[in-house]
Design a binder for this molecule. Structure first.
Ligand code: ZN
Length: 272
């Protein structure tokens, strides 16, 4: 009986890096083109009906689904533990808004990415579900700094033109804080965490966060989000969430496969 070579059993390793033993991790690293997905979220208010961890759990769920999809494409992949704190100043004044500074986020992300690369992952793909502009800019700066230092890192960013336009109408209007977009994604992943009696009674809040930010408004209260949500939470459904995850998984798998040279980007599509 001959022992199977290291890397022969990566498909049976847990999808989450944190659930792997060191032997599981060694299998993934020895498999074809080891990739680590790094989900990033926040801890902040999401209306009366969604949990504070909404962005973190969406980032993690999306990374979990994308890990499966990449394994189906033959790429040995795991997803790293989620980074659950971000820059969240717009939600100031509502209970549960826990912000950290840009410098702290950038320093930590760069260190985590370098740690994953140093541990043997050929590519780190950052995926983020907290869309506050200062937070997204900090993630972009961290990815740029880590890329400069040792390469092998990509940011799958739904705010780019290439990917943003594939998402929902509400998302594209910028009314996407705890509205139908995020509510649908939570309903599809963790329905027990949605306060359904509250969601069913919430009126639409037709405020574009992106427009309000351009107008110089600094927080949800100034933007007219009196209950820390915008958009149409009543329109949310698990089916809409499933359809959105499909697009988000497509974004992550495409960014990874292109970075690995296993697929070419569509030339007709500008990336920004
Ligand atoms: Zn959110």
């Amino acid at each position: 009986m001959s022992a199977a070579p290291l890397g022969a059993h990566w498909k049976s390793a847990p999808l989450a890096l944190g659930e792997c033993t060191m032997a599981d991790c060694a299998e993934v690293l020895a498999g074809p083109t080891a990739v680590a997905l790094l989900p990033v979220g926040s801890t902040e208010p999401h209306g009366p009906h969604l949990p504070l961890a909404t962005d973190a759990l969406l980032a993690e769920e999306n990374a979990r689904r994308a890990t499966k999809a990449l394994r189906d494409r033959g790429v040995s992949t795991v997803y790293a533990p989620v980074v659950s704190f971000g820059v969240t100043r717009y939600a100031a004044g509502f209970s549960g808004a826990i912000t950290i500074s840009e410098a702290a986020l950038i320093g930590y992300l760069v260190a985590v990415i370098e740690g994953l690369r140093g541990a043997g992952f050929a590519l780190v793909c950052v995926t983020n579900h907290h869309l506050e502009p200062e937070h997204v800019t900090a993630v972009e700066r961290a990815v740029a700094a880590a890329r400069e230092a040792r390469g092998g890192v990509v940011f799958a960013n739904q705010l780019t033109r290439r990917w943003g336009r594939t998402l929902s109408h509400e998302f594209k209007r910028g009314a996407c804080h705890a509205g139908s977009y995020e509510s649908s994604l939570v309903l599809a992943a963790r329905p027990e965490l949605v306060r359904e009696e509250l969601r069913a009674a919430l009126p639409d809040v037709d405020v574009s966060l992106s427009a309000a930010i351009r107008e110089g408004k600094h927080n949800f209260a100034e933007m007219g989000l009196s209950m820390a949500y915008a958009g149409e939470p009543r329109e949310a459904s698990p089916a809409a969430g499933e359809a959105l995850y499909e697009k988000l998984v497509e974004m992550i798998t495409s960014e990874c496969l292109e970075a690995l040279g296993l697929a070419s980007p569509p030339d007709a599509t500008p990336s920004k």
